[in-house]
Design a protein around this ligand. Structure first.
Ligand code: G3P
Ligand code: CA
Length: 378
């Protein structure tokens, strides 16, 4: 599926018009949301440059239950939606001579990165940049949207979601039909220890923005992080559900800093999961941890992580489900073109059959169809 520019801009026009016309101890528990949720990973990032209001709007249009903004900070302490603080790969900053002097190398969570960094830009400066497709050789259709969209603040994302939810409520009232569809947000704090070392407290900033925009419904927010310390801090700041991210290797960076030897693999043992359940409601897991691949890249039987997490009363969300063959297990690929779409719906169905409670996908339309097929099965 390719999105045409005219379709996208028409859709955004309708959305904006519709919005303008509207009046203004142990934390883990049974799943808060009844059915498996579809999370628009960085928006509908398989179709349009990630972390733009347009990407979130398309994800919602395609039926996503939640949209996912990854968050970093500007020089003046504003949370903005980017997957990482280095912005050379997802904006046009490299072509902007006025920012050439900001090009530098930094060590982030123990790794060296060279480029331009959000914390060296004020929000006003960042707003002059335009988003670009991260994977132009893979997602060639998305490059048609390069240069059209700005980098949104977290607050702008919430304003957009709130206005969308108000529109859905008004539509439901008018039709006197089913309850209004409501969209949730699933923000991720990126590099919280690094930001704290720069003097930025992401946790307080995140909670303040959510509160300011009225996001207090525990069915409509999950807060996620790869680090542990900031989730524990968040658990003291907010009753909103928290999700411990689990990577396929390594350890949380705050463990590296403190000398804690535990790895992500240790966190998904029964003992590790029991501790996570003291401060979080769920785990967000690299899909290869849920279904390990064999030497040929195929998946077969699930690991025991979903069952053990459920036994600890933790929900399990998997990431990241992408349609292109290169991101799929070998037994769900179609043909030999790495960038062609394989059987993403089949992959998702396999994970849902194993008990996964929700998933992050770059292709929400395929994810929603797969989820609905799963729910309709006898
Ligand atoms: O947050 C879930 C998933 O998005 C984690 O991976 O690197 O895409 O943020 P990443
Ligand atoms: Ca993320």
């Amino acid at each position: 599926m390719r999105l045409s520019k005219s379709l996208v801009f028409s859709l955004l026009g309708v959305l904006c018009l519709a919005i303008m016309m509207q009046p203004p101890a142990v934390r883990a528990e049974a799943p808060i949301v009844a059915k498996p949720i579809v999370i628009g990973h960085r928006g509908a990032s398989g179709y349009i440059p990630e972390h733009t209001i347009a990407a979130y709007a398309i994800a919602i249009e395609q039926g996503a239950d939640f949209i996912e903004p990854d968050l970093v900070m500007t020089k003046d302490g504003v949370l903005v939606a980017r997957h990482e603080n280095e912005i050379g790969g997802t904006t046009d900053v490299a072509s902007r001579p006025e920012f050439a002097s900001r090009f530098t190398t930094k060590t982030i969570d123990g790794f060296a990165f060279t480029g331009w960094f959000t914390e060296d830009f004020t929000l006003a400066e960042l707003k002059t940049l335009r988003a670009r497709e991260r994977l132009p050789s893979v997602r060639t259709g998305s490059t048609a949207f390069d240069g059209h969209f700005s980098v949104p603040t977290f607050e702008e994302v919430l304003v957009f979601v709130r206005a969308t939810n108000d529109r859905f409520k008004a539509d439901a009232r008018r039709s006197r039909g089913a309850p209004a569809r409501q969209i949730g947000v699933y923000p991720e704090t990126k590099h919280p220890t690094y930001h704290r070392q720069l003097g930025f407290a992401m946790e307080e900033a995140l909670v303040a923005v959510l509160r300011r925009q009225g996001f207090s419904d525990r069915r409509l927010v999950f807060i996620q992080s790869f680090e542990v310390g900031n989730l524990k801090q968040l658990s003291r700041l907010t009753p909103l559900p928290l999700v411990q991210l689990i990577n396929a290797g390594g350890q949380p960076y705050d463990f590296t800093v403190s000398g804690d030897p535990r790895t992500y693999a240790d966190l998904v043992t029964p003992a590790g999961l029991a501790e996570i359940a003291t401060y979080a409601h769920g785990i967000g897991v690299n899909k290869s941890v849920l279904f390990p691949r064999d030497g040929a890249g195929n998946i077969g039987e699930p690991s025991d992580v979903i069952a053990n997490a459920h036994a600890a009363r933790l929900i399990v969300h998997g990431w990241t489900f992408r349609a292109e063959n290169q991101f799929l297990p070998a037994n769900f690929r179609n043909g030999t073109d790495a960038n062609a779409f394989g059987d993403l719906a089949g992959e998702i169905g396999t994970f849902l059959d194993a008990g996964m409670d929700g998933f992050f996908t770059d292709h929400p339309n395929i994810g929603v169809a797969a989820r609905d097929t799963f729910l309709a099965a006898p």
